[in-house]
Design a protein around this ligand. Structure first.
Ligand SMILES: [Zn+2]
Length: 97
């Protein structure tokens, strides 16, 4: 016996996961295109994926993960980045334990 409500929910979750995977692939492509078209990217710090802030790209946006203010530039946000601390945590490096 299967509960139709649970099945519906499982189906919704499965399709959302598929959507997310597609978006992640799209993002990866965008990042590749971006680094190719810019040739050379100015990073905020050595080892950082974040873009260097400038007058036309100010670091004035909150991180989507930890919500800290002034962590990302519009360029970072556009390509779906999070701040360095969150990136390090997500990648399991940095030793912040
Ligand atoms: Zn963060």
């Amino acid at each position: 016996m299967s509960n139709p409500t649970t099945d519906d929910r499982d189906e919704t979750i499965a399709s959302l996961r598929a959507l997310l995977r597609n978006k992640e692939n799209e993002l990866a492509d965008l990042r590749r295109d971006l680094s190719r078209s810019h040739g050379r990217i100015e990073f905020a710090n050595p080892g950082s994926a974040l873009r260097a802030a400038s007058s036309c790209n100010p670091r004035n946006l909150p991180c989507p993960t930890c919500g800290e203010d002034d962590r990302l530039t519009p360029e970072d946000a556009r390509i779906g980045y999070q701040c360095d601390e969150c990136a390090d945590r997500a990648e399991g490096r940095g030793g912040y334990e």
